[in-house]
Design a protein around this ligand. Structure first.
Ligand code: F6R
Length: 242
C-alpha cells in the first residue's frame, strides 16, 4: 500500500484527478468506480477542469457507482444515482449510457445486488475505484464487522453513518436505513484502489486502516490486502499516522 500525504483536499483532488486522466489516456474505455459524499468532490472538480481544458478525452470512459440508498426514488436529488450523474457524469460531458449503478428501487433487492456484481464483471471489471472512508472505517457502506469477502448486498446503516449523512437531507428521519453497497470482496477486485481521506475527523480511521491489523472491525484495513492500493491523505487526516 502506498500512502501519499498532500497539504490539503484540493491537492489531493488534483493528484487523483491526474491519476485518473493518466489511466484514461492509456485506456480510453476505462471503467471508473466513483464514491459519493463530500471527500471526492475536489477530484471530480479537478478532473472536469482537465477535461474542459482539453487535457484528456474521457468520451469513451465509463462510470460506475459504489453504493446506493434503498427505497429512494431514482430521481430523488440525494439518490446516489442522481448525485453521481450531477457531480461526475454531467461535468465530464458524458451521457447516462456511460453510467452504471445498482438499482435501489428494485422489488427484489438481492437479485439487483447479484445483477450489479455480474454487470461489473461483464463490463470487464473496475479499472480504478475511488473510495472515501467513514469515521468508523467503512468503505462503500461496509460498516464495521462486514465480511472481508463480502459481495454486493443490502446493508443497514449504523446510526453514526445516518447522522453523518443527515446533512444532505432535511432531517435525520429522511435518511434511509438501508443501502446497497459493493462488498469488500467486490471492491478488492478493482485493479487500482484509491482512497482519499481529508480532515482531522478521519485521522483515527486512517491510522487504524493503514497501520493497524487487517480486521473486519475496520473495513478499510482490507486495502492492505490489495496489490495496488493508494491512500491519499491531507495533513490533518495523516496526523495520527506513526
Ligand atoms: C459513499 C461512500 C462512503 C463515503 C464515506 C465518507 O459512496 O462510499 O463510504 O465515502 O461515508 O463520506 P464523506 O466523504 O462525506 O466524509
Amino acid at each position: 500500500m502506498e500512502v501519499v500525504i498532500v497539504p490539503d483536499a484540493k491537492a489531493g483532488g488534483e493528484l487523483i484527478a491526474e491519476a485518473i486522466a493518466d489511466l484514461v489516456r492509456r485506456k480510453p474505455e476505462a471503467l471508473l468506480g466513483v464514491a459519493t459524499g463530500s471527500t471526492p468532490l475536489p477530484v471530480y472538480e479537478a478532473l472536469a477542469g482537465t477535461v474542459r481544458s482539453g487535457g484528456v478525452d474521457v468520451s469513451r470512459a465509463r462510470i460506475c457507482q459504489l453504493d446506493e440508498y434503498v427505497g429512494l426514488p431514482a430521481g430523488h436529488p440525494e439518490s446516489y444515482r442522481s448525485v453521481v450523474l450531477r457531480e461526475v457524469v454531467e461535468p465530464l460531458g458524458l451521457g447516462e449510457d456511460a453510467f452504471m449503478g445498482p438499482d435501489g428501487t428494485a422489488a427484489d433487492v438481492q437479485a439487483a445486488c447479484e445483477a450489479y456484481d455480474r454487470a461489473l464483471s461483464e463490463a470487464g471489471g473496475v479499472d480504478l475505484q475511488l473510495l472515501g472512508i467513514g469515521t468508523d472505517g467503512h468503505i462503500g457502506f461496509n460498516e464495521p464487522c462486514s465480511s472481508l469477502a463480502s459481495r454486493t448486498r443490502i446493508k443497514t446503516l449504523t446510526q453514526q453513518t445516518r447522522e453523518d449523512n443527515a446533512r444532505f437531507f432535511d432531517s435525520l428521519e429522511e435518511v434511509p436505513h438501508h443501502v446497497i453497497t459493493q462488498g469488500i470482496g467486490t471492491i478488492l477486485e478493482a485493479r487500482h484502489l484509491v482512497l482519499l481521506a481529508t480532515g482531522e475527523g478521519k485521522a483515527d480511521a486512517v491510522a487504524q486502516s493503514v497501520e493497524g491489523p487487517v480486521s473486519a472491525l475496520v473495513p478499510a484495513s482490507a486495502l492492505q490486502l490489495h496489490p495496488h492500493a493508494t491512500v491519499v491523505v491531507d495533513e490533518a487526516a495523516a496526523s495520527k499516522l506513526k
